[in-house]
Design a protein around this ligand. Structure first.
Ligand SMILES: [Zn+2]
Length: 58
């Protein structure tokens, strides 16, 4: 499963729970950025550990 953000092909690593929109699955970098918005909850996917460890490369 890929990140829901446009032009992003990294694997989805977290689920964003967004109060004003549908939940979406995004990669770890996008999860970090979008998760800083007020009210958004970031939940790591159960099998995302390896992706979370890899996301510092780019
Ligand atoms: Zn992404």
């Amino acid at each position: 499963m890929e990140c829901a953000e446009a032009d992003c092909e990294r694997p989805a690593a977290v689920e964003l729970h967004i109060p004003w929109a549908a939940n979406r699955l995004v990669c770890a970098p996008h999860g970090r950025v979008l998760g800083q918005r007020e009210g958004v909850v970031v939940e790591a996917l159960p099998d995302s550990g390896k992706y979370l460890l890899e996301d510092e490369r780019d």
